[in-house]
Design a protein around this ligand. Structure first.
Ligand code: FAD
Length: 296
């Protein structure tokens, strides 16, 4: 059974106090297979002996892939600590975060599902053109959430970027628990294989040209609040957070400790830009919520 960090550590909206960081070393992974799941989703299998024996108890374990800036004159294998010490920040490797869709720490293998989203960015285009034998380095894995057996029911909400974490949670549901998963995709031609089990209800939500996250928030709101003791996992495009938080915390007073909610990416921003602005974005939402509460 998956377990999670304390709620305080895991809740993505909380700011973590600055910790003294250990120097981090990168691990290598080699592409062993590439499979297109839908027009916008590609599954890549990796061989990575460096993950052998790692303990990965959560269902949202993720890694940070490292991309060397074009203007830098080094390539993998490199010493990350040395690079960070000797080169200016703009020449450090750039990170992109991805979830393990499958991971086998005995064999040292894993799979990642990449949303390819056109030609912009680093990781999406890299995945689009990846082939057997390509090598990439990564940091991590990190992770924080898993379906705990103190809950009877799970509501799992996300777009394609959160589908791997949702799929893994469905595979690790506590005995007897039920789940409702809501996954937003481009349209009816963009469905992919998801775990099926008794007590699991999967709803595909089609954007059909609407802004990412809009239809998803509408459908989840329409479904209402389950009557069982429920945990929520709500991740994906940042644009849905305001609406989902209002639905959960303001309209329905769901306890914050029952909810894991955060933006995995933001429309029009690179991951670096999103990470740099996340705190302000969250603070703005929280201020708007306080104002709303004061009016009632
Ligand atoms: C914990 C965590 C786990 C994640 N797991 C996954 C995962 O398993 N699979 C996955 O695909 N993503 C996952 N993501 C999201 C992924 O890290 C971002 O989508 C990231 O921005 C992609 O990097 P990029 O280099 O392709 O694009 P960037 O350089 O970051 O962005 C370039 C442009 O592409 C847009 N863009 C970025 N992502 C998307 C998208 N999904 N759809 C449409 N447009 C987009 C941006 O808004 C920007 O305009 C995860 C994020 C986090 C924080």
């Amino acid at each position: 059974m998956a377990r999670r960090k304390s709620r305080k550590e895991a809740h993505s909206f909380m700011t973590t106090p600055e910790k003294k960081r250990k120097p981090r070393t990168a691990t290598e992974a080699t592409v062993t297979a590439v499979r297109r799941l839908t027009p916008d989703l590609v599954r890549i299998s990796f061989d990575s002996p460096g993950i052998k024996g790692r303990e990965l108890p959560f269902t949202d374990h993720y890694l940070k892939l490292l991309f060397v800036p074009e203007e830098a004159d080094y390539s993998w294998p490199y010493n990350l600590a040395e690079i960070k010490e000797s080169l200016p920040r703009n020449l450090h490797p750039v990170t992109r975060t991805y979830t393990f869709r499958h991971v086998d720490t005995a064999a040292g293998t894993f799979e990642v599902d990449f949303v390819t989203h056109g030609d912009e960015g680093l990781a999406g285009p890299w995945a689009k053109h990846a082939k057997e034998g390509d090598v990439i380095a990564f940091l991590g894995p990190g992770g924080a959430w898993g379906p705990e057996d103190t809950y009877e029911h799970f509501v799992l909400v996300g777009d394609e970027s959160a589908a791997p974490a949702i799929a893994r949670a469905l595979e690790e549901l506590p005995a007897g628990a039920t789940a409702a998963a809501y996954i937003e995709v481009a349209d009816e031609h963009s469905h992919f294989e998801m775990p099926e089990a008794a007590g699991v209800e999967l709803t595909w939500v089609h954007r059909d040209g609407a802004t990412h996250g809009h239809q998803l928030s509408e459908v989840v709101r329409g479904a209402g609040i389950p009557t069982q003791r429920t945990a929520w996992f709500v991740h994906g495009v940042a644009e849905m957070l305001k609406e989902m938080r209002r639905f959960l915390f303001f309209d329905n007073e769901v306890a914050k400790e029952d909810v894991s909610i955060s933006g995995y990416w933001r429309i029009g921003m690179t991951e670096d830009q999103w990470q740099a602005s996340k705190q302000d974005f969250n603070a703005e939402i929280e201020a708007a919520e306080e104002q709303l509460a004061a009016q009632h």
